[in-house]
Design a binder for this molecule. Structure first.
Ligand SMILES: C[C@@](CO)(OP(=O)(O)O)[C@H](O)COP(=O)(O)OP(=O)(O)OC[C@H]1O[C@@H](n2ccc(N)nc2=O)[C@H](O)[C@@H]1O
Length: 205
């Protein structure tokens, strides 16, 4: 078994007139976070931590802020892609830990709900997600939300039969059969820490 760690950081300025979304949760607050997407600072930091853990680049290289497709996008899309990247690299999440740095709103009253929502999006247990918050004391950043995230990943052993087939596959059709087997295999889906494949296996060419 091998382990990988990842670290992610993000920041967004507060902006009136937009909903506040943090960790995939809509939070009742007079201001939201400015961004090309929905501005979900926490999901962006988690996405970057996951991508970094498997050396897959960063959120901006997958979803450039210049690309109109990501205007107002739901950030769970970015997270789902990072989960695909770690799964393809052969890893699953052990745990994640996060810190939110923002003056308002207070996070403690909603931290349980936030933890459950993030765990749901990651396909892990709430006990594998840490949510902490800090006031930006002395930083002069009262109009900014910052998020930090660390993740620990461990390797997932490929099911034995499929690993043997992959090693001996000689034609593209044989290899496609192995990939389809991996995606359809219920054990490997749960072992990868994901609830469902995020794409239709019939789309595989
Ligand atoms: C989620 C999205 C959706 O479009 O937008 P926002 O909602 O945050 O605005 C983006 O993925 C959010 O990408 P993010 O990575 O935070 O944006 P930036 O900091 O501007 O970086 C964009 C790209 O430029 C690269 N970059 C950035 C700064 C720098 N000095 N050198 C760089 O090479 C980054 O590695 C990244 O690949």
């Amino acid at each position: 078994m091998s382990l990988r760690i990842g670290y992610g950081f993000d920041s967004h300025a507060f902006k009136p007139g937009v909903p506040l979304v943090i960790g995939g949760l809509k939070i009742d607050h007079p201001e939201g976070l400015a961004g090309h997407s929905d501005g979900d600072v926490l999901l962006h930091a988690i996405t970057d931590a996951l991508l970094g853990a498997v050396s897959a680049g960063d959120i901006g290289s997958f979803f450039p802020p210049s690309d109109q497709r990501w205007k107002n996008a739901d950030s769970s899309i970015f997270l789902a892609t990072a989960l695909e990247e770690i799964a393809v690299a052969g890893y699953k999440i052990v745990n994640i830990d996060t810190v939110l740095v923002l003056a308002k709103p207070k996070i403690v009253p909603i931290s349980g709900e936030l933890r459950e929502r993030v765990a749901e999006l990651l396909g892990v247990k709430p006990g594998e997600v840490g949510i902490k918050a800090k006031t930006p004391e002395g930083l002069n950043q009262d109009h900014v939300a910052v998020a930090h995230c660390t993740v620990l990943l461990e390797s997932v052993a490929a099911p034995e039969g499929l690993a043997r087939m992959a090693a001996t596959a000689e034609t593209e059709d044989e290899l496609n059969a192995v990939v389809k087997g991996l995606v359809d295999e219920p054990r490997s889906v749960s072992a990868l820490g994901r609830k469902l494949p995020t794409f239709d296996t019939n789309d595989l060419t």
